[in-house]
Design a protein around this ligand. Sequence first.
Ligand code: ADP
Length: 621
Amino acid sequence: MDKKPLRPNAKRSKGGRGFKNASFIVLIMLIGLISYAAYRQPSTQQEIPITTAVQQANDGQYKKITVTGDELQITKKNASQPTLKAYKEDGTSLKDEGLNYNKVQVSIKPASGTGAVIGSLAINLIPVLLIGGLLYFMLKSAQGQGNQALSFGKSRARLYGNEKDKVSFKSVAGQAEAKQDLQEVVEFLKFPKKFSSVGARIPKGVLLVGPPGTGKTMLARAVAGEAGVPFFSISGSEFVEMFVGVGASRVRDLFAKAKKNAPCIIFVDEIDAVGRRRGSGMGGGHDEREQTLNQILVEMDGFEQGQNVIVLAATNRADVLDPALLRPGRFDRRVNIGLPDRPDRQAILEVHFHDKPMASEVDLDALAAKTAGSSGADLANIANESAIIAARNNHTQISQADVTEAFERVAIGPERKSKVMNDHEKELTAYHEAGHAIVGHVLPDSDVVHKVTIIPRGGTGGVTWFIPPEDKSYHNILEYKDILARMLGGRIAEEVVYGKERVTTGAGNDLQKAAELARDMVINQGMGTKLRDQVFHVEEGMMIERMVHEREYSDDTAKVIDQEVEALITEAATRARAVIKHNLKYLEALKDKLLEKETVDAEEVHALFTGSHLPKEAALY
Ligand code: ADP
């Protein structure tokens, strides 16, 4: 998303450049002055009185005298260059001074005087120029800042559309439905008459809804590219500044610019930054945001038919948008853009690996299978990381190992091989990871183990990696409970092996994630025991710089929610404990293998765990 040709501080940096220019010119002037001074340095010729010069000339000691104005340059008999100089009186001739012209060769040059004139001019002018120059640049940079203040209300939208490499629908892999929906927008822009002639109202706004990195910006640019119209891009958050009224004036400016360039597309990224529901007092609902939002609505209503400006807006939270934005005549069309499914992931990977040399062994199909839940941006990142890793390893082609490393790096952060762990810590990590693995392996509704490692990665000591065999859109309670138990598997393994009081902080992250999942189950998914099929709304927002949660349930319910969460966690811990205690042999086997090899992959884990079983105490059905 490197599309920021005109950053807000562009003006400022121009001011800075002006200042740099000024100092550069001052420097040049100084250098000139110094070299002039050097040039003016007294020459090494010795000055003698005119009478001595005449006398010595008459004595036949000189070869030549060159007269320029009043100055005599004297070359002695045995010298090749003048070594002496003398000055005659103004207006007198050498004959008047008593020179015998037969004794020496005399040549007379007209006195130019330009050198002296330039010299004195320069000396007088340089300070004036210096001061003048400084004043000029000071004024100019001050003016620059003034301009900046004046341009505050100008929108900072970036205009695209003239680049050579226009984005088209072909550059966006997958997303067939979204493209189909947007194809219509392309038609509106290309052939407005076709629609207006039958009385159809061309939509003014289209909302692109989807998680970050799924290609919303790309699709919007592709619409502009396909229709061959300019594309103004701005982020919702760029409207809002500290000063009230700026956002609204930026909106006015943006729409005015767009109308001048019609037909065109305005793309507002992160519209939720300004378009949140008004009046709740939450979500930073201050006047400025509301004014900006109102102005957007006013501008959209103000489009006349046939004006042909279409606003595309992107958000990943359509639920928080103000209903006024979604009314007919505004953003009344919605295009949902989801995370890519497996074939789409493969297509995206192919697009991004397309221009990179790859070994024939590289299996993008398998990579697509492993990357469930990744966005297009994540996949683009994997492709780029693969190329970087290949280059770092001095490969001429990207190998399968490079791709695997890139995938793991993007998914859980780079390996930190340099982090030194002592033997006890290593053993503890091995038990911890083996705990996750055995619990996940044994429980029937958990995903399969993909890889276990005790090499620190990202912020963790080790990683046990589970990958679902196929893309899943929904999870049931049994699956969630198994996930909870395997999350606690690490902590419980430590407890079973070392004792209750010797568990470590290594599980901090697991516990936090488990708590989040359990709370989500109870609050948002209606998966509690007492609170089954009920959800509890908590609105999060910022209020005077503070995060606040506004809940719509009583204190009594809050207490029950806490009890439900606790029950889920306790149950998960009990199940994990039962699995580990009944399968200690397998836990030990994987721990030993981890200490030996540090990373154990899926096949080996499955081989080591052959014979492990689900104890009655851990079974849910
Ligand atoms: P969003 O606006 O939804 O956050 P972007 O459009 O900025 O996402 O996408 C970020 C990057 O991800 C793009 O520059 C592109 O490299 C990659 N990408 C996302 N989706 C796709 C796709 N369907 N096909 C190809 N590349 C994609």
